[in-house]
Design a protein around this ligand. Sequence first.
Ligand SMILES: C[S@@+](CC[C@H](N)C(=O)[O-])C[C@H]1O[C@@H](n2cnc3c(N)ncnc32)[C@H](O)[C@@H]1O
Length: 317
Amino acid sequence: MDTAQRYRAFATREAHGHSAIYEELAGRVADDEELIALIDRLPVPKRQPNLLLATVRFLGGPVTGHRAFRSWVISHWDQVSATMRQRRTQTNEPGRCATLLPLLASLPQPLALIEVGASAGLCLYPDRFQYRYDDRPPLGPSASPVSLTCRTTGHMPLPERLPTVVWRAGVDLDPLDVRDADDMRWLECLVWPEQRDRLDRLRNAARIAQAEPPHLVRGDLNQVLPELVSRVPRGATPVVFHSAVLVYLPSEARSVFTETMRRMPGHWITNEGPHILPTVEARLPRPAPPDRAVFALALDEQPLAFTGPHGQWVDWF
Ligand SMILES: C[S@@+](CC[C@H](N)C(=O)[O-])C[C@H]1O[C@@H](n2cnc3c(N)ncnc32)[C@H](O)[C@@H]1O
């Protein structure tokens, strides 16, 4: 997929229905040869639409309409490209815990959670959030500042109680620190402009993490994971999980990770694009919808559901 196609796909498959302004801006970038030529000067992983759009907001540029956006990007390209090279797409979406929860609750308790590609680690607190599945009674602490709503289809096993988490840790190439103002602002810029609920959720989840910061290790998941798993306290079930991470790995690194995971004790929860893990893709009971972005949720490489990329829905198989 070339850069123009990438921006068009982002507009129609990801932003459509979720952010009218991002749909417009990404769609117009796709048709703009001058902007595409600038973006193509960056290494391929840095050409991501989300990264450009978040960068412009982070630097105080306008994301109100194409004309202002394009002239600002062109006149500030040195700054824009430097920030895109320096930062990464690290959208940390605690809403994804709503799709992970049925699996976490089904495993032998208590749990030791290890998230790879954890960003700021906000998905490491599934036991601190409240959950509302469809019109069922809420689950979890009523005083939680984070309330996650999730639509379900199929026969999702509704958890009766929250998991018991006795240990939590994460690894990231560049962990973000919820106590650092610049890192928080970057996280906020990664939330799409119209999504006020997601922004509130991010800030509220960050309050939980600020009160009890997660143990996050800087490094590549393939390098760091075995040592982290070896530190899981006795008696706890190790659960390695990740969402929206393996897409950033070259396929060889994905294979190394898969082999490592097969040797690890405990369980492995993946919530990634349906074509990212070959074994999960091969076992899907039906093809993923072609017209919108979805994730495939799997436990130990056994697919169990399609999920909304931000945790907004679960379609259980
Ligand atoms: C889109 S974010 C998702 C964050 C989090 N998993 C969530 O669902 O909210 C992807 C994260 O993976 C991290 N990442 C990408 N490649 C990695 C690698 N090889 N090792 C460790 N972390 C990596 C990025 O730095 C980024 O923070």
